[in-house]
Ligand binder design. Structure first.
Ligand code: ADP
Ligand code: MG
Length: 258
């Protein structure tokens, strides 16, 4: 009798499955073995069930990791997005974009509209859908990104940050236009966008119409070059409407007083 046959298989199997990094099979093999015996399921199908469980669990964990790494500022999804609040928004286009093919095609999305119209909500919702497809996403505000870049440059790790940003399959830059950028800030942001050109997808949200972007970037030449790259393969989402926040608090007040 070989050593492995003499010892209790449970102990050795546990050890091997751990070493092979198959925690779901380890946790489930006993229970599934009993189920398969009851249902008269053969060994191949037993093994298939276990392999499937391991795969499903692995994918679930990978998606969880992607969502954590994206650093979304809030947990929002497209399921909770009320399209009726924005009758002019192209719902068909949004749902098509939620299939995430724009990321594979390395296209961009620009969501434009005043404050409170759901731009950040929509950007997170799309980003979440992209994570759920197993792709890598990063969420930043324009001001936050510029700060990160400036800090990295001061600490001589700008290249490293640029490389990690360029590797993301989708970069979401929220709130472009809320704060005007310094000349260096504008140049650093331009570099990020230009490095992603046709290499990775970008979602930008802004409260400013394109003609006002010069006021953020300072230079007309830089804004022109940036818009040229950003809008080459782009889906524009016009989010013109009343502030959802304002509408909700008004509705609450009416309800309370009524
Ligand atoms: P913006 O980024 O355009 O300023 P937000 O996405 O931050 O707006 O929206 C403000 C708040 O209102 C958020 O809590 C968001 O979830 C909610 N909201 C905005 N628009 C909608 C909508 N159409 N459906 C559901 N919630 C919405
Ligand atoms: Mg916002």
């Amino acid at each position: 009798m070989s050593e492995s046959e003499a010892t209790d298989p449970k102990v050795l199997l546990g050890h091997h499955l751990k070493k092979l990094k198959l925690p779901t099979i380890l946790a489930e093999y006993d229970k599934i073995a009993r189920q398969c015996a009851e249902q008269g399921i053969d060994h191949r199908r037993y093994l298939l069930r276990l392999a499937e469980l391991e795969l499903i669990e692995r994918e679930r964990k990978m998606v969880e990791r992607r969502i954590r790494a994206a650093k979304f500022p809030a947990s929002k999804s497209l399921d909770s997005f009320d399209f009726k609040a924005l009758p002019d928004l192209n719902k068909v286009l949004v749902l098509e974009l939620a299939r995430c093919e724009f990321v594979i095609r390395r296209e961009n999305i620009i969501a434009l509209g005043p404050s409170g119209t759901g731009k950040t909500h929509l950007a997170i919702g799309l980003g979440l859908a992209v994570c759920q497809k197993g792709m890598t996403v990063g969420f930043v505000t324009a001001a936050g990104l510029v700060n990160q870049l400036a800090e990295a440059r001061d600490e001589k790790r700008l290249m490293r940050l640029q490389t990690s940003l360029a590797k993301l399959q989708l970069l979401i830059i929220d709130e472009l236009g809320y704060v005007p950028l310094s000349q260096t800030g504008a140049e650093l942001l331009f570099e990020v966008i230009s490095q992603r050109y046709e290499r990775g997808a970008i979602i930008v949200t802004s409260n400013l119409a394109f003609e006002d972007w010069t006021s953020v970037f300072g230079s007309e030449r830089l804004t022109g070059a940036l818009l040229d790259r950003l809008t080459h393969h782009v889906h524009i989402l016009e989010m013109n409407g009343d502030s959802y926040r304002l509408k909700q608090s008004k509705a609450r007040r009416t309800k309370q007083s009524g």
